[in-house]
Design a protein around this ligand. Structure first.
Ligand code: SAH
Length: 446
């Protein structure tokens, strides 16, 4: 039996139906929108707009990356800092908020990798941008259900989150009691507690602060909120897209092109053939950090997001109240996002680790056994509304016209995981046969 089957079969067949998730249809953020050109029928002067106009008046037009960073994560007024934007009442919906099966299959993936790499005596599970904590809650339920597999393994949870509001919601979702706030300014941990199943959990603002131990990393719809620089090819070479005050309309912003080359141009590949590109240096820094850590200590990173493999151009867009939103209107009230360029993430791993994917969400979840899991849950549920909910959730996650093809899975794993000593050698082969990594290859249900 494959390692995946050893870890996963028991769970896929164990039935436990969780509370009803979001009522569909809600809008997911993988959708496209040509941004910045919409007529502004309604352009309220938000505190963030006032702040940005003041900034631009003092120092000149700002880059799109600076704009995104201020609008999303400014510690006082940032969109992510003080609100819950997820779910039906928020601005967009994500896969874990749609179906419990999503997190369960990711939980199996981590256990499967932990087994395949030799069942280390302990591991850290590190999540970047955990939202409401729903995904982690589903993963931890799997860990509890597979307690016999994980017995004697010392697990700790580490969350990287900049949002005060969301970290409080995560604590409510994941911990039994109100978590302890660390007042010690010298500590990078700003909150800590114990999960409902008794696992220690800590909150950080930056990945750099998470202990550099053997870890599994998870980033679901995290990379798409990191700030991007945008560039347009012109007869004079690449010019960065900037944001300036519109001289024609009061209290309105507009896109302009930088008059000459800007430093971020260094991120564009020499052989780039597109005429418009978006680059995300922050994503590069995080991938370098993850690659460095995984190459030194082992473990793996699983990254899931909407994106492309270095082919798309203008993907910067906004979402508010489950509708597409002009990115320059009422900044601070809407989410801003751009597609993840997986070819850039791969390049930024700089060969320190092996990368897998991107594979489409539909393929990954099917390889992970979503059909078996759905059937088990349907068989266990008598209530028509719950069955309907399960089927609708499955359709949303898997349908190629919905999230099935727009979302992708990408992984970073140590080189030894593919070529190393952990794998059995087939008697007829001279080289060890690479053990398939769950989700990225078809599983043999032997
Ligand atoms: N993973 C969750 C939430 C996705 S929304 C889900 O799939 O449901 C993006 C998340 O990243 C939010 O939790 C947001 O607060 C967090 N976030 C945004 N920018 C961040 C940054 N620079 N560092 C850490 N977390 C960030």
């Amino acid at each position: 039996m494959s390692v995946f089957a050893a870890a996963g079969v028991g769970l896929l067949c164990a039935g436990r139906l969780c509370a009803v998730r979001a009522v569909l249809p809600c809008l997911w953020r993988g959708k496209y929108f040509s941004s910045g050109n919409e007529p502004a029928e309604n352009n309220p002067v938000t505190p963030m707009l006032r702040h940005l106009m003041y900034k631009i008046k003092s120092t000149g037009p700002i880059t799109v990356a600076e704009y995104m960073k201020e609008v999303l994560t400014n510690p006082a007024k940032g969109y992510y800092v003080n609100r819950d934007m997820l779910g039906e009442k928020g601005d967009f919906i994500t896969s874990p908020e749609i179906s419990q099966i999503f997190g369960e299959l990711l939980g199996i993936w981590f256990i499967s990798e932990w087994i395949a790499t030799g069942k280390n005596a302990d591991f850290q599970l590190v999540e970047l941008g955990p939202g409401r904590g729903t995904l982690l809650g589903d993963i931890l339920r799997v860990f509890s259900q597979l307690a016999s597999v994980l017995k004697n393994c010392d697990i700790s949870i580490h969350l990287v989150e900049v949002s005060q509001k969301l970290s409080e919601i995560q604590a409510l979702t994941l911990t039994e009691e109100k978590v302890l706030l660390e007042r010690n300014a010298g500590s990078p941990v700003y909150m800590k507690g114990v999960t409902k199943s008794g696992i220690p959990i800590s909150w950080y603002r930056d990945l750099q602060d998470v202990p550099k131990e053997y870890s599994f990393y998870l980033a679901h719809e995290f990379f798409d909120v990191l700030p991007v620089h945008k560039f347009q090819k012109t007869p004079h070479g690449w010019r960065e897209v900037l944001i300036d005050i519109d001289p024609q309309v009061s209290d309105k912003l507009r896109f302009v092109l930088a008059p000459c080359a800007t430093p971020a141009e260094a991120f564009i590949q020499c052989d780039e053939t597109r005429d418009h590109v978006e680059v995300c240096p922050d994503a590069g820094v995080i991938i370098q950090e993850l690659s460095q850590r995984i190459s030194l200590t082992g473990g793996a990173a699983l990254i899931a997001d909407y994106g492309h493999d270095g082919t798309k151009t203008d993907t910067f867009r906004g979402f508010c109240g489950h509708r597409l939103h002009d990115v320059l209107i009422a900044p601070g009230t809407a989410d801003l996002t751009a597609d993840v360029d997986f070819s850039y993430l791969r390049r930024m791993s700089q060969g320190k680790v092996a990368s897998l994917g991107p594979v489409k969400q539909q393929t990954f979840l099917r390889n992970m056994g979503i059909d078996v899991r759905l059937k088990v849950l349907l068989d266990k549920s008598d209530e028509p509304s719950l069955r309907q909910q399960l089927l609708q959730g499955y359709d949303m996650l898997m349908n190629p016209t919905k999230m099935g093809e727009r979302f992708n899975f990408f992984a970073l794993i140590p080189h030894q995981r593919l070529h190393g000593r952990n794998h059995q050698t087939n008697a007829c082969q001279s080289k060890p046969s690479p053990s398939p990594v769950a989700g990225f290859g078809e599983l043999a249900w032997r």
